[in-house]
Design a protein around this ligand. Structure first.
Ligand code: SAM
Length: 236
């Protein structure tokens, strides 16, 4: 008899369909928004990568990069590995089934990291621990691509966001056993670790945000300054 699926394994198959049903293509837009800006990176860490959509896109966008995907769900990793094999990128993309709460990246190895709809799986203290440990191990010129749900400022948009977040957290608690029920202050946590916003975009009336961050000066990231657009905060 097959063991019942646990945690995010239960969602691996349905994950893409469910997000399209709820938010159309906006999570995909947020996820992919800044991947092209990582095109000159050599060693990229994807935390909580999920089903491999970001890894596939990034393997094409950053042709010289090695990519390490860390995820605690064997089901997600299995799907991601199949996707990467189909894309012919298995040589450069590797997978590690591990808990990001205790995982420590190799010091000085990675020059970029992505956390896409990932930090919202944790409470503030745990997200802070992850960001702090990863930040300490990254190269000084590293970039951080972050996308997540956020609470917008406007009254109606905030009300709408609270309803959606209530639904989402209830759903994930039911399906995956997720223990948290509110967003951690991820952008504050990143700022405390010295990460500064290079560019950002808001989608879904401010419920979804994608941000590119750096700790270096603008001169520290050649490709970044060459391709950087002015601050884009397009809310709708
Ligand atoms: C909401 S999904 C986001 C997946 C993907 N990044 C995306 O953009 O859709 C969260 C992912 O983080 C993984 N995850 C959750 N908690 C984790 C942990 N403690 N350590 C590593 N991965 C974790 C889940 O297995 C899942 O793949």
């Amino acid at each position: 008899m097959k063991a019942p699926k646990r945690g995010f394994d239960r969602l691996a198959y349905w994950y893409r369909a469910l997000e399209v049903l709820a938010f159309g293509n906006d999570l995909e837009r947020a996820r992919f928004r800044y991947l092209q800006r990582l095109s000159d990176r050599r060693d990229i860490l994807l935390l909580g990568e999920g089903d491999g959509r970001c890894a596939e896109r990034l393997a094409a966008a950053a042709p010289r990069a090695r990519i390490l995907c860390v995820d605690s769900s064997p089901g997600m990793i299995e799907r991601a590995a199949r996707r990467i094999a189909r894309a012919g990128a298995s040589e450069r993309v590797s997978f590690l089934c591990a808990d990001a709460v205790t995982f420590t990246p190799e010091t000085g190895r990675h020059d970029a990291v992505t956390t896409l709809f990932f930090l919202d799986c944790f409470d503030g203290a745990t997200a802070s621990g992850i960001v702090s440990r990863v930040s300490a191990a990254l190269r000084p010129d590293a970039l951080w691509a972050f996308a997540d749900f956020v609470l917008p400022k406007g009254r109606l948009a905030r009300l709408r966001a609270r309803v959606w977040l209530g639904i989402l957290y209830a759903f994930f608690r039911w399906e995956t056993g997720l223990r948290v029920s509110e967003l951690p202050p991820s952008e504050e946590i990143l700022a405390r670790e010295g990460w500064r916003r290079v560019d950002s975009v808001d989608l879904q009336w401010g419920l979804v945000r994608s941000v590119l961050l750096t700790r270096g000066g603008t001169g520290a990231t050649g490709a970044l300054s060459a391709s950087a657009s002015p601050e884009t905060r397009a809310s709708r």
